[in-house]
Write a protein that binds this ligand. Structure first.
Ligand SMILES: Cc1cc2nc3c(=O)[nH]c(=O)nc-3n(C[C@H](O)[C@H](O)[C@H](O)COP(=O)(O)OP(=O)(O)OC[C@H]3O[C@@H](n4cnc5c(N)ncnc54)[C@H](O)[C@@H]3O)c2cc1C
Length: 322
């Protein structure tokens, strides 16, 4: 089994038990896919080797989102200016998982906003680099077991060797393509996590309905069955997208399909659960209520459901991605 398929299987199972805890576990996290997709052999070794036999808990992080740039990643404003043997980065980032505790953060910046996506560069910004700071843990409605962090870069000096992929990568204007490539790896994983949360909600709903003697109601059974079917279909989309990635075949469409379908099915599972448990859900002390707060983020991260549908519709009618 290839690494992408292994990744989605693990993602689903970990998220079934707790997606927030799964992301809190040490590891390179969302920083790993761009490093694998774009990094030079030297960078992969330097930044990933310490994770193979860690001497202490280590995290990596991925920072694309900014207060003014989420879905429209072309709109990032963090600036990158070459200065001798290094780069100076300045800007604000938000919602980056585990950023304050990370050994390094993959930070996306632009050398010139007028160039749009052609101006994008990614940098490995190491912990303790002067100018990297103001870490603030965001308040979240769910997934509270891990930190989503905003931070600032103020004339943050990063060695030229930490430009992800090196200069030659960007000579081919491949910066933004690298980001998209890494999304093709991560979107099926997020989809699989949604399936895991949805399965947990379905199991909890079934248990509640059984205990409350609601399973005699065919409307309840019908809704539970529909959700099981949608979750299984979504899982197959995730597996297919990952299988294509392992086979090094294009999976842009399949990755978007997985990311669009799975969170919607999982959200439906959590909504049904909330409706079944009624006022117990409103009190905020039932597992289903927690899953209900956790699951929405699966629709938001790595490109919202709407964005996936925009991309798939453009592809269907033969338009370029943007
Ligand atoms: C729990 C959590 C964890 C996260 N982790 C990370 C992380 O580790 N690293 C990181 O970089 N980011 C992270 N993010 C940020 C996440 O990637 C962004 O929130 C996401 O890209 C959406 O951006 P936005 O919130 O700015 O919404 P916006 O882009 O402002 O979108 C708002 C709404 O408008 C819709 N919309 C926008 N453009 C269009 C369009 N063209 N057509 C149709 N609808 C559109 C969107 O679908 C959405 O519903 C995280 C977010 C959350 C909630």
């Amino acid at each position: 089994m290839g690494p992408a398929l292994t990744g989605v299987l693990l993602s689903e199972e970990l998220a079934y038990w707790d997606r927030g805890v799964a992301v809190a576990f040490p590891g390179p996290g969302l920083g790993e896919p761009p490093l694998l997709a774009m990094g030079t052999p030297e960078q992969k070794e330097r930044f990933l080797a310490p994770f193979r036999a860690p001497d202490r808990p280590r995290w990596g992080s991925f920072a694309m989102t900014e207060p003014g740039a989420g879905s429209d990643v072309a709109g990032i404003r963090t600036s990158a200016r070459r200065d001798g043997d290094s780069w100076l980065l300045s800007g604000d980032k938000s919602f980056a998982a585990n950023a304050s505790r990370a050994d390094w953060i993959v930070v996306w910046a632009t050398v010139d906003p007028a160039l749009g996506r052609a101006g994008h560069r990614a940098f490995l910004v190491e912990r303790g680099t002067p100018g990297l700071g103001d870490f603030k843990i965001e308040r979240k409605m769910g997934l509270k077991a891990y930190e989503s962090t905003s931070f600032t870069l103020r004339e943050c000096r990063v060695p030229a060797d930490n430009l992800l992929g090196g200069e030659q990568h960007y000579a081919r204007q491949a910066g933004f393509k690298g980001a998209m490539q890494s999304f093709n790896a991560t979107r099926p994983m997020i989809g699989a996590m949604a399936v895991g949360i949805g399965r947990a909600a379905l199991d909890a709903s079934l248990a509640f309905a059984r205990e409350a003697e609601r399973l005699g109601d065919s409307r309840v059974r019908d809704r539970l069955e529909r959700i099981q079917r949608k979750l299984r279909a979504a899982r197959l989309l995730c597996w297919r997208a990952a299988w294509l990635a392992d086979a090094r075949r294009p999976n842009v469409l399949e990755a978007s399909m997985a990311k669009a379908a799975a969170p919607a099915a999982a959200l439906e599972a959590a909504v049904l659960g909330m409706e079944l448990i009624g006022e117990v859900g409103g009190r905020g002390d039932h597992l289903i209520e927690k899953l209900f707060r956790d699951v929405k983020a699966m629709d938001i991260v790595e490109g919202t459901g709407q964005i996936q549908r925009v991309l798939m519709a453009r592809q269907l009618v033969g338009l370029p991605r943007d």
